[in-house]
Unconditional design. Structure first.
Length: 189
């Protein structure tokens, strides 16, 4: 039986497609790390983040301060919720990541590429690559919402979750560095 035939069978019988719990756990813990790290970076200097948020020019000036605090609180809530496996946290992750991508797209369409993305960590200008990154991350948040196969987790599963999370974290960091390097190169040209 081929994959397409299995997919049709599942759709035709209304049986939900399930994913191995290891994949879902990797997505969940990676999202937790991502949002907790991002919130932590913003909390180090909320005033600076407020300034970055203001440069997006998507809200009236009088709302920017409250919105900046809301973003930090939402990221903390999503990060903690993802850590404790609270389902609505993954919905929040999808919404935040899509909102960030939307804010970036608005500014890229306005021709405002060289403002800090406000993602946390090293400052980098807006780019289509960052938008794509956020869309891929939102897909990861959808995976975190997926129903899983019911099976006990063994020691190899736990190791796989840890290694998988570390690999995805390293991949995320590498992609961010490549996007930042590309942006610096474009500034020189």
């Amino acid at each position: 039986m081929g994959i397409a035939q299995i997919a049709r069978t599942n759709i035709a019988t209304n049986i939900p497609v399930t994913i191995d719990p290891v994949i879902v756990l990797i997505a969940r813990f990676t999202l937790s790390w991502l949002f907790l790290a991002s919130a932590s970076d913003k909390l180090k200097d909320v005033g600076d983040f407020r300034g970055v948020f203001a440069t997006y020019r998507v809200l009236p000036d009088h709302l920017v301060g409250a919105a900046a605090w809301f973003v930090v609180a939402a990221e903390l809530a999503v990060g903690i919720g993802a850590l404790v496996q609270f389902g609505p946290a993954y919905v929040g992750a999808v919404l935040l990541l899509l909102a960030y991508a939307g804010g970036m797209v608005i500014n890229l369409q306005r021709g405002r590429r060289f403002i800090d993305c406000g993602c946390g960590g090293t400052a980098q200008p807006l780019s289509v690559g960052l938008v794509v990154r956020n869309l891929v991350l939102s897909t990861g948040a959808l995976i975190a919402l997926s129903p899983t196969l019911t099976r006990p987790l063994g020691w190899l599963d736990i190791v796989s979750v840890i290694v998988g999370g570390a690999v995805i974290g390293a991949l995320y960091a590498a992609i961010n560095e490549l996007l930042a390097a590309r942006a610096r190169l474009e500034e020189w040209v």
